[in-house]
Design a protein around this ligand. Structure first.
Ligand SMILES: [Zn+2]
Length: 173
């Protein structure tokens, strides 16, 4: 067994991610957030974490409806990041990965700004790791698989976590 060492940049094994850089670890953290949601009949229960790619640390977390105004998990991450940035002075110009248990919304029935637009505007996210696709329960078609790459942001599914992410997302349905 490999012991997770902090910064090996020798990773030549294509497609195999080292233990210290395991997307499943961060997706699990996002799932932990999702489980904090108050179940809702009319919305999904999603969790998200924002990870600083330089330090591999979670710098913000969020879950659906955590803040006032029917907030989405990714939206809450950005709210908290903005609140924290003044206090903690995160390195400006740093790059981040966003882990979300369900792909970011591209349309909202409420007319609020979709998370996809917020991700693009944030301007410092290189990859969005996704637990499961958005079912067509509320919005017919989520276009994140196309719109993220169109804006230079990688869309990656985290293998094997879809069913659990979906189950949690549908709490209360
Ligand atoms: Zn959203």
């Amino acid at each position: 067994m490999d012991s997770p060492s902090a910064s090996n940049s020798l990773a030549q094994d294509s497609a195999i991610v080292s233990a210290s850089n395991d997307p499943k670890y961060f997706m699990q953290r996002a799932l932990d957030e999702a489980r904090k949601c108050t179940p809702s009949l009319s919305a999904f229960s999603v969790g998200a974490v924002l990870v600083d790619l330089a330090t591999k640390k979670v710098v913000a977390t969020g879950f659906s409806r955590e803040r006032e105004g029917n907030t989405h998990a990714e939206e809450v991450c950005f709210i908290k990041f903005d609140e924290d940035e003044q206090a903690l002075s995160h390195q400006s110009g740093g790059q981040y990965a966003l882990y979300t248990t369900m792909e970011p919304c591209t349309e909202r029935l409420s007319g609020k700004k979709p998370c996809l637009d917020r991700i693009i505007q944030f301007g410092r996210i290189s990859t969005v790791y996704v637990g499961c696709k958005e079912p067509s329960t509320f919005i017919a078609e989520n276009t994140a698989t196309k719109r993220l790459p169109d804006n230079g942001i990688q869309y990656l599914s985290v293998d094997g976590m879809g069913p659990e992410c979906l189950e949690v997302a549908k709490m209360g349905h």
